[in-house]
Ligand binder design. Sequence first.
Ligand SMILES: *[C@@H]1O[C@H](CO)[C@@H](O)[C@H](O)[C@H]1NC(C)=O
Ligand SMILES: *[C@@H]1O[C@H](CO)[C@@H](O)[C@H](O)[C@H]1NC(C)=O
Ligand SMILES: *[C@@H]1O[C@H](CO)[C@@H](O)[C@H](O)[C@H]1NC(C)=O
Length: 332
Amino acid sequence: MKTLSLFIALSALVHAGLRFPCSTLTIQRLDPVVQPGTSPSSHLHHIVGGNAFNATMTGDVGARGTCTTCQMAEDFSNYWTAHLFFKHPTNGSYHRVTPTPVQPLLGGSNGASGGLTVYYTQYDLSKDNLKQQPITAFQPGFRMTVGTPAKTGKPQTGLTYQCLSGSGRGPEITDFPTSPCTGGLFTSHHFPACWDGKNLDSPNHQDHMYNTITSNGFVNAGPCPSSHPIRMPQVTFETTWDTTPFNKLWPSGAANPFVWSFEGVAAGTHADYMFGWKGDALQRAMNKSECFYDGCGSITKQAMATANKCSVQLEVQEETDGWLANLPGFTS
Ligand SMILES: *[C@@H]1O[C@H](CO)[C@@H](O)[C@H](O)[C@H]1NC(C)=O
Ligand SMILES: *[C@@H]1O[C@H](CO)[C@@H](O)[C@H](O)[C@H]1NC(C)=O
Ligand SMILES: *[C@@H]1O[C@H](CO)[C@@H](O)[C@H](O)[C@H]1NC(C)=O
């Protein structure tokens, strides 16, 4: 009943963007945006989306994909973040923290396997404002990143952590929680929404976009500057990491034991986006104002049981499961 009333509340409120689950496609050291052609890449990633994923990705990904782990069957994009690890507080061994589907999954999206939830919002979660602010979809070949592994201190606005407990997500915080979370750890990555209108990429994978986001959450990004005048969908990833098996290994009062796969602190949280929608599917969705959960009428959805069958070959052969003496790609 709780789930049902939440569903009714949400469906009354939110109808201004796409929101859908994508199951885990692969967990590998590959990064076709930041380290194209390098296999293995420097650190481990959790990757979802289309099966055109590879160490090198050029051209029209949507035209090449033949299956996707995303609910939206025309979306062969790839979405990835660093992988989260637990670092044993006393013996220093590492263990992967499993991603689990973000709850609640609504409107027939149940059955995702791991993965993350993707949003393409036009304005915020309750409005689309398409008359004032038309949205231009990304073009084939487009890619971008948000955040940077080298960052220390606080992550930029829009990159946050939440300590899940029961049905609550808790406040958005800028660091790993300081005590165990009974419901797991929730991470959000909001990408910038203003494009220069010319470049599908840039040397640092960020300068072709401009970030006008000034607060966390699903807020409308501020107006685009003249250098980056084209308003794009606001892309967001949400991931739930099941940290609960490690709670009993976190001694009371001890420091946060979680690290990103580059031995990274919380501020280094980052995410990568590789556009791969087929044809004009994303533009069709973004042109609509009643676009939420239902795939905007003309957008084809697939059952998550079908999405879960999509896979890619493991190109990097290395152990990433169980207790590891070092993070994948690192030596002591
Ligand atoms: C990935 O790249 C390798 C090497 O170029 C190639 O053999 C393989 O077919 C590619 N896989 C996909 C899914 O494109
Ligand atoms: C560290 O502790 C875990 C959990 O108790 C154990 O499974 C693992 O083997 C230990 N690692 C080492 C190097 O002792
Ligand atoms: C989206 O809307 C724009 C502006 O109204 C229009 O020019 C374009 O043809 C539309 N594209 C699709 C795929 O519906």
